[in-house]
Design a protein around this ligand. Structure first.
Ligand SMILES: Cc1cc2nc3c(=O)[nH]c(=O)nc-3n(C[C@H](O)[C@H](O)[C@H](O)COP(=O)(O)OP(=O)(O)OC[C@H]3O[C@@H](n4cnc5c(N)ncnc54)[C@H](O)[C@@H]3O)c2cc1C
Length: 418
């Protein structure tokens, strides 16, 4: 196989690696250019809805993933001031019956290593670390990229899987930086044995408060505990030090439930992430260059689905490039058609959900009363079905459609008989 035949993929995150694996499954070579000195992941937890298994199953990764992942007993929302549980999505047997696959929590490093091991075992994939792509030139038949250290790579197409601050996007769309929404995130993992806070340890919990929230869940079969603290601050665009961050957290969470304050006290504050997203756009490709994952459609974390979308993208793209016999422009147009509404809906609904998590005053009272009165299991399942049922892979129309159609037929039949 000629070197220049390899599709170039900028970014070896979850989206870039999935794309390479999906292409390799169809015998199509790719070269993954990762900007960091080594392929790896930021070492925190990540949640996945059951829809991710539509991709993992096809890539033959589900067993390896399940060996490293855990299934929480439920995904719950609590009020951050009173501590009251407001809503619960049970993720046990009824969830499995409804969505056919589990909800999982996994250490991002473990998932990344599973994808990397599979990529290293595939002769079609070349992994190139320390290759920060700065820009590209699309000359019709060939795309050439230039890296920060002056190297050039050439391929028949370029996939921009380079995340929220994508260089490839800057060149295709030139639409500036992501929208900062005034919030920041801190992430921490502690050994479960050292966790003293009185919080549930077998499930995913989101505590929603006025201008702040915390998400936590266990990792690595209950040996670790992952905490994410997110809050609004006027310093969201600035870099501070640990002391400043600690003072801000102390002030922000001062009225939070004691369990939350106990979690805040053990947060590692070395690193802070500015929370942001982008407006949905209709087109992610130009010529032989295409964006996927966060480079194309980054959402807020409200549904914990950004990485799921990047993985779904990777599978869908690999299948379409194969189905179109490497006619890239057609494959990229079909990719946009297949992925646009689902990812745009996620971006928009994630924004809509954000104030719900962070409601204050009367809005909080209304939220709590409404959720407690209306959100039973059936309602919660229906709310997330558009995400968790997956999407119809355009090359296998009858396949992924089936569970959703079956479920909606069953639902309609139940409604009629009820
Ligand atoms: C606090 C937080 C919690 C989250 N929790 C969840 C969750 O529970 N579930 C979920 O599904 N999603 C979650 N997300 C979203 C998820 O992290 C992203 O949507 C996902 O990582 C996007 O994957 P990606 O491959 O598109 O981009 P990235 O993961 O950002 O990967 C991009 C890769 O490209 C590399 N790169 C960057 N620039 C270049 C360049 N110019 N050249 C070469 N390489 C480059 C980077 O080093 C990186 O390896 C969360 C996000 C945040 C901030």
């Amino acid at each position: 196989m000629g070197e220049g035949q390899s599709i170039l993929i900028a970014g070896g995150g979850l989206g870039g690696l999935t794309t390479a694996l999906a292409l390799a499954r169809r015998g199509i070579p790719s070269r993954v250019l990762e900007g960091a000195p080594n392929f790896g992941a930021i070492g925190y937890g990540i949640q996945f809805g059951p829809n991710v298994f539509h991709a993992f199953d096809r890539l033959g990764l589900s067993q390896a993933v399940m060996a490293m992942a855990d299934s929480p007993t439920a995904v719950c929302m609590h009020d951050a001031l009173s501590g009251e549980e407001l809503a619960r999505i049970p993720t046990g047997r009824s969830f499995l019956q409804r969505f056919k696959h589990p909800y999982i929590i996994i250490h991002r490093v473990d998932l990344h290593n599973i994808l990397l091991d599979a990529a290293r075992a595939a002769r079609e994939i070349e992994l190139v670390p320390d290759a920060m792509v700065m820009d590209f030139e699309d000359r019709g038949e060939w795309v050439t990229v230039r890296t920060a250290d002056g190297r050039q790579f050439e391929g028949p197409a370029l996939i921009g899987a380079d995340g929220l601050r994508s260089h490839i996007r800057a060149q295709i769309l030139d639409d500036g930086e992501p929208n900062p929404i005034g919030y920041v995130a801190h992430r921490t993992i502690v050994p479960m044995a050292e966790l003293t806070a009185h919080v549930p340890r077998d499930r995913v919990v989101l505590w929603g408060g006025p201008g702040f929230h915390i998400v936590h869940y266990p990792l690595r079969h209950g040996t670790l505990f992952n905490i994410v603290a997110v809050f609004r601050t006027s310093t969201h665009g600035e870099k501070g030090d640990v002391e400043l961050y600690r003072a801000e957290l102390h002030d922000t969470y001062r009225e939070a439930h004691p369990s939350m304050r106990a979690l805040i006290a053990i947060m590692d504050l070395q690193r802070r992430w500015q929370v942001g997203d982008r407006d949905p756009v209709r087109h992610w490709h130009k010529g032989h260059v295409l964006l996927i994952g966060d480079a194309a459609h980054p959402p807020l974390q409200s549904f914990a689905q950004g990485a799921c979308m990047a993985i779904e993208d990777g599978l869908c793209l690999g299948e379409l490039i194969h189905a179109e016999g490497r006619d890239y422009q057609t494959a990229f147009r079909r990719f946009e058609a297949a992925r646009l509404l689902r990812t745009a809906r996620l971006q928009l609904e994630s924004r809509a959900l954000w104030p719900f998590y962070h409601a204050e005053g009367l809005a909080r009272d209304v939220r709590n009363a409404t959720v407690l009165a209306e959100c039973d299991e059936a309602h919660m399942f229906d709310c997330v079905a558009w995400l968790y049922d997956g999407f119809p892979l355009p090359t296998e129309r009858n396949d992924l459609d089936a569970p959703r159609n079956l479920a909606s037929i069953e639902r309609r039949a139940n409604q009629r008989s009820g």
